[in-house]
Design a protein around this ligand. Sequence first.
Ligand SMILES: N[C@@H](CCC(=O)N[C@@H](CS)C(=O)NCC(=O)O)C(=O)O
Ligand SMILES: [Fe+2]
Length: 345
Amino acid sequence: MANLHSALSPKTPTSGRKTNPIIQRPSYFPAKIARNKPQGQAKYTTASPGPGEPTITSVFEPVTGTFQYIVADPTIKTACIIDPVLDYDPVTQALTTASADRLLDLTKKNGYRVDWILETHAHADHLTAASYLRSQLEKQQGHQPSVGIGKRIGMVQERFGKRYGVPAKEYEGVFDKLFDDDEVFEIGEMKGVAMHLPGHTPDHLGYRIGDNVFCGDSVFHVDIGTARCDFPGGSIPALWQSAQRLLTLPDNVKIWTGHDYPPDERSEPVPWVSVKQHKELNKHIKKGIKEEEFVAMRTERDKALAAPRLLHQSLQFNIRGGKLPEENESGLRLMHLPLKVGEVW
Ligand SMILES: N[C@@H](CCC(=O)N[C@@H](CS)C(=O)NCC(=O)O)C(=O)O
Ligand SMILES: [Fe+2]
C-alpha cells in the first residue's frame, strides 16, 4: 500500500517505480505493449446471444489494458456502453478520441440506440470518454444517453476534488444517475441491476444484465486473480466479500472484466470467465482459498505495485465525469500534477 499512498500524498516523495525486479517490467502491463505507444486500433469481438440474452461487443483498448463493452438488446436494439476510454498522451497532453469513435462507429453500424453510458467506478488508470460520448451520441441518434455511476461517487469526488484543487462546481451534477445498491434499471426492454462490489474503490459497481455481470475491477482473468485494493477507500476484506458475492451466482453466469493484463504465457486479452471457471481456476479466489490467505496475498501484491501511469490525470478527469476542466483566464484547461521531490529539497 505504501506505494500508492505515497504517490497520492502531497508530502512524501516517491520514485513511482521501484527497483524491485518483480516490477521493473510489471506483470500487469500487457507484455507486448510498450508504455506510451498507441498500439493501433482497439480489437473487438461480438458474442452471439442465447435466448433472452443481450448481444455483447467487447472492445479492448490496448494502451491501458481496458475492456469497454457495448451491451445491446438484439431485438429492439437499445444499448448501453460500459467504461469507455478517452485516449490521452501524457507527453503531449493531447486528448484524442479514436477509441471512443470506434465505439460510436460500432453503435452506428449496428443501428443501436444507446440509452446509458455506465461507469463501474472512478478509474485511476485511464480517462473516461463518458462525457464525449454523451454529446456525440446526442448528435448521432438525436437523444442523449444518461451517464450512470454508483451513489458513493460523491465521497470520491470530494476526496480527490480537495486533493487536486478541482472546484466543486466542476464535478457536482456531472453524472445523470447515481445508482443505489441493487437498483434495477431499464435498457429498453432489458433489465440491468447495479451490484455494489466495493474493494478496489468504495463506490465500485458491477452491472448485471441477463446472465452477465460487468464486474469492472473486482475480479480479473483467472491467471491475474483480482484487482488492487490500495486506492484510498479501497479494502481487501471488502473485495473478498464482493468476489464471494460474484461466486454465489449460477455457474453459467459470465463475469466480464474491466481490464486484462495478459502475462507472457497468454497472448490474447480475455473478456469473460464463467463463475464456474473462477471457482475452479482463479488464482486468488478459487475453491479452497480462505479469506486470510486472500488478504495476505492481496496485501503482498499491492505492496509491489507501482502507481498507475495516469493516476493523477485520470482521477481529476474522471471525478468530472469526463468533462474538460474549465478554461482559465488565459484560455487554458489545466490539470495538476504533484511533483516528486527528494530529500535534497
Ligand atoms: N500498468 C498499469 C497499472 C494499472 C492498475 O494498477 N490497474 C489496476 C486496476 S485500475 C489493478 O487492479 N491492477 C491489478 C494488478 O496489476 O494486479 C498503469 O500504469 O496504468
Ligand atoms: Fe480501476
